[in-house]
Design a protein around this ligand. Structure first.
Ligand SMILES: Cc1cc2nc3c(=O)[nH]c(=O)nc-3n(C[C@H](O)[C@H](O)[C@H](O)COP(=O)(O)OP(=O)(O)OC[C@H]3O[C@@H](n4cnc5c(N)ncnc54)[C@H](O)[C@@H]3O)c2cc1C
Length: 409
């Protein structure tokens, strides 16, 4: 069975590996001309995703490439003296196992697990999908048209496959009231294994060393009740908006970070938006990762969710012998609770890390202090009582879907 996967970041290569392993013939189409090497941003793999990459044989290299952010120093509007907190104390609240890695390093390591065994079409994009019930006719920007048995959109928050199949993006996304910016900058503070954060009312900024890139990343998040007016390709306007929201941040690191916004070579700016769809599948086409159920960038553990979703989708296809009419509903049912939890978690995280009042900013500082002093088990217990525990990011069971009779390629 020939399966086209659009997107080669996290969900895409995990799908490619497991589909191939189960005897399908995946092809991956990626819009970028090559694997991206700019580093992107730091992302998290929690326990279920760690188990998946272990099964793919990728864990030792992922460990080698981890960012190693061990310590966070937090200053803020309601913090008299900066608080140092070990990152592991924060991540243990979420999950027993965790690694942080730059997204581009992760993509490359995942890609290497199938390199030479799976066809990759770089520098290309799907322009048309026609599902006639027996297969999908696909047209591309560059590659001549082809027919596939199934098509999977793993092409992120602004998914092309989702737009072509389900219609305009705005019908399937929900703005959750905040914006996110990330820039690259020289590691002028020589941060190694450390992140410095300033938490203000309605905004937060942070800077961390991206060890393997020899530079640093600054992250900015702010609240905005209304969506801002800018074009997604108008970088100067996006930089201007970011500068405007942080120009008067009362943090000694802020002037340098703000100066770097203008000259940043790597720049990301977007609203924090969730993808909310009742179903991610239509006929022979389905979605995986951010494309189908992004819980919002940087707030909901989207990377682990993408890896797990891709693994479950490939597994359900194998279990159903390639019958998408059984596999797609089973995939959606198996992921439903994880997706719901991640959405709720994303909303809560955005509210917590960008507090909207002085009282909430104070409460955030107190929580960080508490996490720093209480034994990990007690913190987890307290979170469980307040119903904001880690849930599937720790507990999602990673099943073995290896079929007794693998599908013939
Ligand atoms: C600034 C930022 C910070 C983040 N921080 C964290 C974090 O701390 N922890 C965490 O877990 N997650 C974080 N995330 C979220 C995380 O990056 C995503 O949840 C995760 O990368 C989703 O993986 P994915 O494969 O579904 O999609 P993506 O990683 O978005 O990949 C989509 C892929 O599809 C490709 N593509 C796009 N359009 C097309 C097209 N038309 N044709 C072909 N290919 C296409 C893209 O080039 C890309 O390779 C962050 C996200 C951002 C933006």
């Amino acid at each position: 069975m020939r399966i086209l996967v659009s997107g080669a970041s996290v969900a895409g290569p995990v799908l490619a590996y497991w589909l191939r392993r189960y005897g399908f013939t995946p092809t991956v189409v990626e819009r970028a001309p090559t694997l991206r090497k700019t580093g992107g941003h730091a992302v998290d793999l929690f326990k279920p995703a760690v188990e998946i990459v272990e099964r793919m044989g990728a864990w030792p290299r992922i460990l080698e490439h981890r960012t190693g952010t061990d310590l966070i120093t937090m200053a803020g509007d309601r913090i008299k003296r900066p608080i140092d907190v070990e990152t592991s104390r924060l991540t243990k609240v979420m999950s027993d196992r965790h690694v942080e890695i730059m997204r581009d390093d992760l993509s490359e390591i995942l890609y290497d697990t199938v390199k030479g065994e799976v066809e990759y079409l770089f520098d290309d994009s799907i322009t048309g999908l026609r599902d006639d019930g027996d297969g999908v006719d696909v047209t591309f920007e560059r590659t001549p048209g082809r027919r596939f048995d199934l098509v999977i959109g793993a092409d992120g928050l602004h998914s092309n496959v989702r737009r072509l199949t389900f219609g305009e993006e705005s019908r399937h996304t929900a703005y959750i009231g905040s914006y996110l910016g990330v820039i690259s900058l020289p590691n002028h503070l020589n941060l190694d294994g450390r992140m410095m954060v300033y938490s203000g009312v309605g905004r937060m900024a942070g800077v961390y060393g991206a060890r393997r890139l020899g530079e640093a990343r600054a992250i900015f998040m702010f609240r905005s009740a209304a969506e801002l007016d800018y074009h997604h390709r108008d970088i100067p306007r996006q930089k201007e908006l970011l500068i405007r929201h942080f120009a008067d941040l009362p943090w000694d690191q802020a002037p340098r970070l703000i100066k770097e916004i203008d000259r940043a070579t790597t720049f990301y700016f977007d609203s924090i938006t969730q993808v909310r769809m009742d179903t991610w599948s239509q006929g022979r086409i389905t979605l995986a990762g951010d494309a189908g159920y992004s819980p919002g960038p940087a707030v909901g553990g989207g990377t682990s969710l993408a890896a797990v979703g891709a693994y479950v989708l490939a597994g359900q296809l194998a279990a159903a012998g390639g019958d998408h009419r059984r596999a797609f509903p089973a995939y959606e049912a198996e992921m439903a609770e994880f997706v719901r939890h991640s959405r709720a978690f994303g909303l809560r995280t955005a509210k917590t890390i960008i507090p909207d009042t002085g009282t909430r900013a104070w409460a955030l500082a107190q929580s960080v202090r508490l996490i720093n002093t209480l034994p990990g088990g007690l913190v987890r217990f307290a979170l469980k009582l307040s119903r904001s525990g880690s849930g599937p990011h720790n507990d999602f069971p990673i099943r073995d879907y290896t079929p007794a009779n693998p599908v013939r390629p």
